[in-house]
Design a protein around this ligand. Structure first.
Ligand code: PMP
Length: 355
C-alpha cells in the first residue's frame, strides 16, 4: 500500500490467472486454450495486413468485423460490440450496466474475474452457492437488485444451463441486465444468442480465444439489443480507444468466415473430451458432464492438490483451485489425442506410486 493509492486501488485484488510457465516440453492444460492452430486463412490475412497496412490506424469501430460477426448469428452490426478479449468486454459491461449501490448476483463457484471487477468498479455483489451437484440454482437469480452475470457453460464446473432456464432468469429480471458469458459455448448444445431479439435485457459475451484458437490475438465480443450495445460503445469511446488493432481485426474476420476449420477443430475437441471422460471414469475419477473444452474431475482416493503437484513435477500443468467446495477438483483442458495419452500415462504412474 502507498499513500498515493486511491481507494479504488486499495480495495482491488488483482486477478491471478493460470500459470504461464515458460518451460520447454511443457504440456499446458491449465488455461483452456485450443490445442489446434487457427485456420491458415487467419495467418494469411494477418500477414497481408502486416505487410501492407501497419502504418495506418485501424477502423475505430471495426464495423466490417461487427457486420461479419452479426451475419454469423443472423444479427446486425448494431447488435455487436467488440473488445480486446472478452475480459475487456466484461469490464465495459460492469461499467455500463451494474450501477453502484445495487447488488448484482453471480454463482459462488464461477469465473474468478467477476469479484475482481465488482471490487474494482465498486459494485456490491452476492455470491449464490451452487446446488450440491454443482448446477446453478436458477431461482436464486430471480428478482436481482442490480443484475446478474454467469457463464454458460459455467467455469470451472463445465456444466451447461438449458435455454429454458435462462429464459426464466431473464423473465424474472425485466429491469436488470443479465449477462451470459459464453466463453465455452461452441462446445455446448446451444447459444442464448437466439434469445436476443426477444429479450432486451440479455447481453451475451463470447470470445475468439477458445473455439477459434485465437487466445493470443485478444478478440472478444458482446451480442445484444442495440440499446445495450450503444451503452458499451459510449463507455469505450470515453476511453478514446480503438476497438481492436488491425491485425486482430483481420485475423478475427478471417476466423469467423472459416466455418469449416472451426467445425472441424471443435468437433475433434468434443470427440477427445468424450473419450478422455470415459478413460478418467475407468480410473475411478468422478467427471462432471462437460459442455466445454475442459473437464472438471475429482478422485475419492487421491487428493487433487497432490495430483496437481506431481503432474507439474512431470511437466504437465493442470489447474487446481484452492477454493472452498472445489479444493479436491482439477480442471484439465482438452488437448490433442496425443497429449491426452501422455496425460493418462503420467497419471497412471502417479496413481500407482501413491496407492
Ligand atoms: N469468461 C470465462 C468464463 C473464461 O473462462 C475466460 C477465459 N479465461 C474469459 C471469459 C476470458 O476470455 P478472453 O479474455 O480470452 O476472451
Amino acid at each position: 500500500m502507498s499513500k498515493f493509492w486511491s481507494e479504488t486501488v486499495k480495495r482491488t485484488e488483482p486477478y491471478v490467472p493460470g500459470e504461464q510457465l515458460d518451460i520447454p516440453n511443457l504440456l499446458k492444460l491449465n488455461t483452456n486454450e485450443n490445442p489446434y492452430p487457427p485456420s491458415p486463412n487467419v495467418v494469411d490475412a494477418i500477414k497481408t495486413e502486416l505487410e501492407r497496412k501497419l502504418h495506418l490506424y485501424p477502423s475505430p469501430s471495426a464495423d466490417q468485423l461487427r457486420e461479419s460477426i452479426g451475419a454469423y448469428y443472423n444479427l446486425e452490426a448494431s447488435n455487436v460490440f467488440i473488445g480486446n478479449g472478452s475480459d475487456e468486454v466484461l469490464a465495459f459491461s460492469f461499467m455500463a450496466f451494474f450501477e453502484s449501490g445495487q447488488k448484482i448476483r453471480f454463482p459462488a463457484v464461477t469465473y474468478s474475474f467477476y469479484p475482481v471487477y465488482a471490487k474494482l468498479f465498486n459494485v456490491p455483489y452476492e455470491e449464490i452457492p451452487l446446488n450440491r451437484d454443482f448446477s446453478i440454482p436458477s431461482e436464486a437469480f430471480f428478482q436481482s437488485e442490480g443484475g446478474v452475470i454467469f457463464p454458460n457453460p459455467n467455469a470451472p464446473t463445465s456444466l451447461y444451463m438449458e435455454l429454458e432456464t435462462i429464459k426464466d432468469i431473464l423473465d424474472n429480471n425485466p429491469d436488470q441486465v443479465v449477462i451470459v458469458d459464453e466463453a465455452y459455448i461452441d462446445f455446448a448444445p446451444g447459444s442464448a444468442v437466439s434469445l436476443i431479439n426477444t429479450y432486451d435485457n440479455l447481453l451475451v459475451v463470447q470470445t475468439m480465444s477458445k473455439s477459434r484458437s485465437l487466445a493470443g490475438l485478444r478478440v472478444g465480443f458482446a451480442l445484444g439489443n442495440p440499446n445495450l450495445i450503444q451503452a458499451l460503445t459510449r463507455i469505450k469511446d470515453s476511453f478514446n480507444s480503438y476497438t481492436i488493432d488491425r491485425l486482430a481485426i483481420a485475423g478475427a474476420e478471417s476466423a469467423i468466415r472459416d466455418i469449416e476449420h472451426f467445425k472441424d477443430t471443435t468437433h475433434k475437441i468434443i470427440k477427445t473430451r468424450e473419450w478422455i471422460t470415459t478413460e478418467m471414469k475407468k480410473r475411478g475419477f468422478y467427471v462432471l458432464p462437460s459442455s466445454t473444452n475442459f473437464i472438471f474431475i475429482s478422485h475419492y482416493n487421491y487428493r487433487a492438490e497432490i495430483l496437481y503437484t506431481e503432474l507439474k513435477n512431470q511437466n504437465i500443468l493442470v489447474r487446481h483451485f484452492n477454493k472452498a467446495g472445489i479444493e479436491n477438483y482439477l480442471r484439465i483442458t482438452i488437448g490433442t489425442d496425443e497429449s491426452m495419452h501422455s496425460l493418462l500415462q503420467t497419471l497412471d504412474s502417479i496413481m500407482l506410486k501413491n496407492k
